[in-house]
Design a binder for this molecule. Sequence first.
Ligand code: ADP
Ligand code: MG
Length: 320
Amino acid sequence: MSLGEFDFIRRHLHTAPAEGVLLGIGDDAALLRPRAGVDYCVSTDMLLAGRHFFGDEPPADIAHKVLAVNLSDMAAMGAQPRYLLLSAALPQLDEAWLVPFCRQLQAMAAEHGATLVGGDTTRGDYVFNITIIGELPAGQALRRSGAQAGDEIWVSGQLGLAAAGLQQRLGRLRLPENVAARCVQALQRPQPRLALGRALLPLAHAAMDVSDGLAQDLGHILQASAVGADLDLPSLPTLPALRRLLPEQTLYPLLLAGGDDYELLFTAAAENRPAILASASASGTPVCCIGRIRAESGLCCRQADGSVWPLERQGYDHFD
Ligand code: ADP
Ligand code: MG
């Protein structure tokens, strides 16, 4: 059934009262009251049909992804997500589409302690933009600029699955069905690493989430911190089946420049290794040490025999 804009907002977007929300959806703006001793951490991310997701994907998958990519930015800063604003362009207000979309969005927001407090709705090709506000203990945020020579470089989860899933969907890879399903799952349902991000606050020197390719994103940390890095290619975590099935010339570009991983990339003093491993296991998030920060600038990716891998593409650039 199709419905009007205001019925849509009233029926599917209204949320229960939440701590810190003086006024939620329904007025010209929301009112939030900050708690003492916290910094607000604010980010926004926009997803377009045909560019960030396929328009024919299940609405719950689209909702998952648009929220997950925003939650991932909170994880990267070590923040606790609190408030969301959703701006949506929709070709029509079709309840069969909107109900699973809103249900997934609301459930996932609640699961992570966040409340929808506002947004905007207009007619157009599918575009979703979430603005997210999180909380951090004042002065504690994880930035890209804190990496120090001698730090170990860590990444959570596994890399390259989402990129392989995309290549499969585009018909450029032919993976066995079970492997393809796992990779498409990683593409459509990235898992934001919020618990790990918060646990890293006292442990990591620098952090970010890998969204546009490991090499490019690590490059941002290196530039912000005025350091360089050596990466150990054989230790990059990925799906064992991908390592087995794909030649290095196919695999390494997926791991280094694939994009859409939404894993945490962070650097920390070597002495924090036991605490990092303990936090990773407490939060149920696998982590892997993949290299070291060095004083000399540049990024060097080494293969098993010590030779340097020639990086052709660093990652994803929307304007390439
Ligand atoms: P205004 O015209 O004053 O900008 P709107 O009529 O666009 O307000 O929105 C009415 C209320 O519904 C506002 O509180 C707004 O934040 C909320 N809202 C509109 N669209 C969305 C959306 N996609 N997600 C969440 N809240 C929304
Ligand atoms: Mg108004």
